[in-house]
Design a protein around this ligand. Structure first.
Ligand SMILES: [Zn+2]
Length: 170
């Protein structure tokens, strides 16, 4: 077994439409291509393909929770769940954190595009208020608290999906 996880995905195509991306996901072959837009979350997916992790945060001073100085959210939300106002984009610089929880996946369900076995991980990242769910590239034994750093599938390797973000042991 290889010591790094690979994907078994057919890359998706993107059609830009004004400021948003429309995804063509060939999940069931060309005939079964699923189309949907990333809409206001396009900066997140575009950022991944460029090696940048883009989060959103609430800066509304009248927000009952953020009071104008919200934490970063990942995955991002277009609108704040607390005050329903648009959030602002901010890049997570030098994205890293630690394993908060994990699941060792030996057999995946239909449609899983990650080669098993792999670790599905929840990551607590520095400066980010939410827990990020992703997958770990490494296949060696891990434990809660292990430090990880973000990796990206960019350029020709990009899938244009959430799979373009993953983590490796730091
Ligand atoms: Zn808010």
């Amino acid at each position: 077994m290889k010591d790094r996880v690979d994907l078994k995905t057919t890359p998706s195509k993107i059609t830009p439409a004004n400021d948003v991306w429309v995804l063509h996901l060939p999940r069931f072959g060309e005939e079964g291509t699923h189309f949907h837009t990333y809409g206001l979350l396009t900066p997140y997916f575009k950022g991944l393909t460029e090696g940048r992790l883009m989060a959103t945060r609430c800066t509304n001073p009248r927000c009952p929770i953020s009071k104008g100085n919200g934490e970063m959210w990942l995955p991002p939300r277009a609108d704040c769940p607390d005050c329903h106002q648009p959030m602002v984009w901010q890049e997570v610089k030098d994205p890293k954190g630690y394993i908060y929880a994990f699941t060792y996946v030996e057999r995946g369900g239909t449609g899983l595009e990650i080669e098993c076995p792999y670790y599905q991980i929840d990551v607590k990242m520095e400066g980010v208020g939410t827990i990020v769910k992703s997958y770990l590239l490494d296949r060696k034994p891990i434990k809660i608290g292990d430090k990880v750093r973000a990796r990206f599938r960019t350029g020709a390797a990009a899938t244009n999906t959430c799979l373009d973000l993953c983590f490796e042991l730091a």
